[in-house]
Design a protein around this ligand. Structure first.
Ligand code: IMP
Ligand code: MG
Length: 183
């Protein structure tokens, strides 16, 4: 797997060090509040596991399965493959995602939860934010790292379901993109 990475952006130690700081910010924000974290599957699972273990608050966790990416391009439509079951009334909701690219995924998810008027607050947190030229459909409230506009994998992020278990974030080589393209 590692041989398919053309550039390592963040190794595991760097990611965990950054998550310590991010977790402190989130803990300060939600101290004394009833928090439910909603993680977007599948990309945010590793981020979620490492981040939540650093937040010493009595929070609840739920997951939401959505998909918008196809290979290395955002499809522009977001599919909800399952919706959360937890009751979010009178709770503060924090959405977790792996990466903010066009913002279409986050916009769709935020709009979905915004319909629930019993939610006390709605914010979002991403591991990575891609620097893109076009305006984004949604912005995140908490961001661990800004990255260049390249296709990255690892630490939960995939290319056609590969590389999620790579313990780093790296740029995928053009050769690997061609080799593991669908069809
Ligand atoms: P957006 O809707 O364009 O913001 O894309 C967000 C979703 O696309 C994320 O939840 C990721 O699953 C996926 N995605 C965007 N960029 C990348 C990337 O560089 N590598 C892997 N997945 C990505
Ligand atoms: Mg994804």
């Amino acid at each position: 797997m590692i041989q398919d990475i053309s550039e390592v952006l963040f190794d595991e130690a760097t990611i965990l060090h950054r998550l310590d700081t991010l977790a402190r910010k989130i803990s300060a924000e939600y101290e004394g509040k009833d928090l439910t974290v909603v993680a977007l599957l599948t990309g945010s699972v590793i981020f979620m596991a490492d981040l939540l273990r650093r937040i010493p608050l009595p929070l609840q966790v739920d997951c939401l399965a959505v998909s918008s990416y196809h290979g290395t391009q955002s499809k522009g439509t977001v599919t909800f493959r399952q919706t959360p079951v937890a009751d979010l009334s009178n709770r503060h909701v924090l959405i977790l995602d792996d990466i903010l690219d066009t913002g279409i995924t986050l916009r769709t998810v935020l709009d979905h939860f915004a319909k629930d008027k019993t939610i006390l607050s709605l914010k979002s947190c991403v591991l990575l934010r891609k620097l893109i030229e076009q305006p984004r459909k949604a912005e995140a409230d908490f961001v661990a790292f800004d990255i260049p506009n390249a296709f990255v994998v690892g630490y939960g992020l995939d290319y056609n379901e590969r590389y999620r278990n790579l313990p780093l974030v790296g740029v995928l080589s053009p050769e690997a993109i061609t080799r593991y393209a669908k069809e």
